[in-house]
Design a protein around this ligand. Structure first.
Ligand code: NAD
Length: 509
């Protein structure tokens, strides 16, 4: 169990954050291209969702910057690709060391930039280091292939990095998520142009500087800040960029697929979700309750894998929901830097308005708001909402179909296993599913029937890095994690060697 935070931890966090923010404000945020900080004529401001204060002026990339970054990644590719994997491994381990050494600062900055609670961001920064460490150890095997003997030939496959790739990331847990995409790309031998989300540029600015400190050569990671419709689009259309690893909304994934079609971009999409957690009446209800609360109200509910639909079996629905409502009402909404805080402000005014719109949508749909359901007057006056629980829902309501992406849970009762599966699958998305039951045969049947890329049985989302991560249907294309990431960042090449025994056809002889 983690040691309790010292009594003055909130004040200490605030004091340290103030120092970091003063420096950030003075420095501003520039692009990072070919190892150099690059400014832009156009800029935009990034502000904190805690109190709406301006944190920094950010360079806004366009044609010139995306071009320079793609050229830099192209130029750096050959030597990074050919670097001895042991050397690449050592550099990526050093990246992990440097991230760990700066983890406290990363966590503080992430909290102020995104509104996420410190208790989660401290772990997310460390997870960023783990992502690099895990893939550092996979550098040596990245090029491994298969031995496929045929009667007259040996076939040997090998993998080669696809080339410079674009990585486009969203604003939720942005540091961790960026490392999750960038670490395997670098381990594969690809170079990267990263376009971080415009609402969370602060730690995205730190990342290339930490990589440089660790000895990653210039041009291997280039970061261009800016907006999706301009910098993001230009990256997806750039001919030097061979593939796009994208995390974000499903509709943006569709746009990227169209934008990248002219240059035949390979795409990997991690998109939205409306994930069910199914609680059967024979489940360990105490553990299930903890997991249900954690998987929607942690990380402000701004989490693709959140279980935003609770499917609960009819016989236990009333009591389970009443216990749940009690817990939701006790969740601690507060300042992200306060270690006691469980829910901070939402990332941005536009997202706050979107989440708030679902309070009325629930009422219009005929559902009941059993807890929360309005903005919250939190410290700093930022974009806080009350953690919200919606009951009386049925599977066709908008609150049961659409991704809200906030601390907002819709409860839907079900009769039996068949109905639970049918309701679960009756959405556009298919990212994760969570099942709570003491009946293992049933758990396995349901796991098999759920249309989702990742299923947890009697567990919340506990990530094991070698396992595949990704979604079905509108939740994504492709898998990350373990060796799966290399399928995306690398090309498989077959080399066929003749044993000299086969008959070569003679034409014109
Ligand atoms: P978003 O799609 O609005 O933006 C994501 C990124 O795409 C940003 O960097 C943005 O600037 C860029 N972008 C926007 N339009 C673009 C375009 N036309 N071309 C190129 N780039 C463009 O998503 P968001 O609101 O930042 O993030 C929240 C979404 O991300 C949610 O739907 C969430 O479920 C999803 N998400 C999925 C996963 C997963 O693993 N499946 C993980 C985290 C978040």
């Amino acid at each position: 169990m983690a040691a309790p935070a010292p009594a003055n931890a909130f004040a200490t966090n605030q004091a340290r954050a103030r120092v970091l923010l003063d420096k950030l404000k003075a420095d501003g945020i520039g692009h990072h291209i070919a190892g150099k900080r690059v400014a832009s004529a156009k800029t935009f401001e990034t502000s904190s969702p805690i109190d709406k204060s301006i944190l920094a002026v950010v360079a806004e990339g366009g044609v010139a910057e995306i071009d320079q970054a793609a050229e830099a990644a192209h130029k750096a590719f050959k030597s990074w690709r050919n670097l001895n994997p042991d050397k690449r491994r050592a550099i990526l381990h050093k990246v992990a060391d440097v991230i760990e050494a700066h983890a406290d600062d990363i966590a503080l900055m992430e909290c102020v930039d995104t509104g996420q609670a410190h208790r989660f961001m401290a772990k997310a920064a460390i997870r960023g280091a783990e992502n690099f460490r895990f893939y550092a150890d996979k550098c040596a095997e990245a090029r491994d292939g298969l031995n496929l003997p045929a009667p007259d030939h040996w076939n040997v496959t090998t993998r080669v990095p696809i080339g410079p790739v674009g990585v486009i990331t969203p604003w939720n847990t942005p540091f961790m998520l960026s490392t999750w995409k960038i670490a395997p790309a670098l381990a594969a031998g690809c170079t990267v142009v990263h376009k971080p989300a415009e609402w969370s540029p602060v730690t995205a600015d730190l990342l290339p500087r930490l990589l440089a400190e660790a000895g990653v050569p210039d041009g291997v990671l280039n970061t261009v800040h800016g907006f999706g419709e301009t910098a993001g689009r230009l990256l997806t259309e750039h001919p030097l960029i061979k593939a796009i690893g994208f995390v974000g909304e499903s509709s943006t994934g569709s746009a990227i697929m169209a934008q990248g079609s002219k240059t035949l971009k390979r795409v990997h999409f991690e998109l939205g979700g409306k994930n069910p957690v199914i609680v059967f009446d024979d489940a360990d209800l105490d553990r299930a309750l903890d997991a249900v609360v954690f998987m929607i109200y942690s990380l402000n509910g701004e989490r693709c894998t959140s279980s935003s639909r609770l499917l609960v079996q009819e016989g236990i629905a009333a009591e389970f929901t009443a216990r749940l409502a009690e817990r939701v009402k006790k969740l601690k909404v507060g300042h992200p830097l306060d270690p006691a805080t469980e829910i901070g402000p939402l990332i941005h005014e536009r997202h706050f308005q979107k989440v708030c719109s679902y309070f009325d949508i629930a009422r219009t749909d005929g559902a009941v708001i059993a807890a929360g359901g309005k903005p919250y007057d939190g410290p700093g006056g930022g974009f806080y909402v009350e953690p919200t629980l919606v009951t009386g829902g049925n599977p066709t309501m908008r609150v049961a179909q659409e991704e809200v992406f906030g601390p907002y849970l819709t409860v839907i009762p079900f009769k039996d296993e068949a109905e639970a599966v049918a309701i679960s699958n009756n959405v556009d998305y298919g990212l994760t599913g969570y099942v709570w039951t003491a009946n293992m045969e049933r758990a396995l049947r349901v796991a098999d029937d759920l249309e989702a890329g990742m299923i947890w049985l009697n567990s919340e989302n506990v990530r094991h890095l070698p396992t595949p991560f990704g979604g079905m249907k509108a939740s994504g294309i492709g898998r990350d994690g373990g060796d799966y990431s290399f399928d995306f960042y690398m090309e498989t090449k077959n080399i066929c060697l003749a044993k000299g025994s086969h008959k070569v056809p003679k034409l014109g002889a």
